[in-house]
Write a protein that binds this ligand. Structure first.
Ligand code: GDP
Ligand code: MG
Length: 177
């Protein structure tokens, strides 16, 4: 056709979780294919777009990276939950506190999605790191099952982790089509 861009569909995915879990690195990795050399603290909301092709159809994925700091978030929160197609809840597998924060983030999501069932995906990031205080994958899987979310452990830092993220995107986009 004359306006092929009009046929591409847009999916808005929000990336949520405590500060420091790797939301910006994951978003950057998915967007550019690389791990950022340095990241600055996210201020408010920032989004990145990536086009993926599924069964010959171009799908534009908007990844909304968010800041954990309350003072930035209050005014933004409504804006970024609006018309979201999916939510990524991210925690850091070496930081138990970030795992225990998940119910708070999920409650906020519920409040702002106004009764709509937004697909949610649980992501344990930094799987490349070793730690004695690691959040067990079994525990996380049980939590994800209880809340009917797919669960993935990933790494923004390692190429394998990135492949996993790409798989997640494709899975999500296929589910939304
Ligand atoms: P955000 O606050 O959730 O956006 O977290 P950032 O993306 O800014 O990452 C916080 C810190 O964790 C940075 O120092 C990153 O380099 C580091 N980081 C992020 N993802 C990974 C990962 O998968 N593996 C490792 N080892 N470090 C990571
Ligand atoms: Mg950030």
């Amino acid at each position: 056709g004359t306006f092929p861009q009009l046929r591409s569909r847009i999916f808005k995915i929000i990336v949520i979780g405590d500060s420091g879990v790797g939301k910006t690195c994951l978003t950057y990795r998915l967007w550019t294919g690389r791990f950022p050399e340095k990241t600055e603290a996210t201020i408010g909301v920032d989004f990145r777009e990536k086009v993926i092709e599924i069964e010959g159809e171009k799908i534009k994925i908007q990844l909304w990276d968010t800041a954990g700091q309350e003072r930035f978030r209050k005014s933004m929160v409504q804006h970024y939950y609006r018309n979201a197609h999916a939510v990524f809840f991210v925690y850091d597998v070496t930081n138990a506190a970030s795992f225990h924060s998940l119910p708070i983030w999920m409650e906020e999501c519920r409040r702002h999605s106004r009764g709509q069932e937004v697909p949610r995906i649980l992501i344990g990031n930094k799987r490349d790191l070793r730690s004695s205080a690691r959040v067990g994958a079994e525990l996380a899987r049980k939590f994800a099952e209880a809340h009917r979310m797919p669960f993935f452990e990933t790494s923004a830092k390692s190429p394998q982790g990135y492949d996993c993220m790409e798989t997640i995107l494709i899975t999500v986009a296929q589910g939304l089509k």
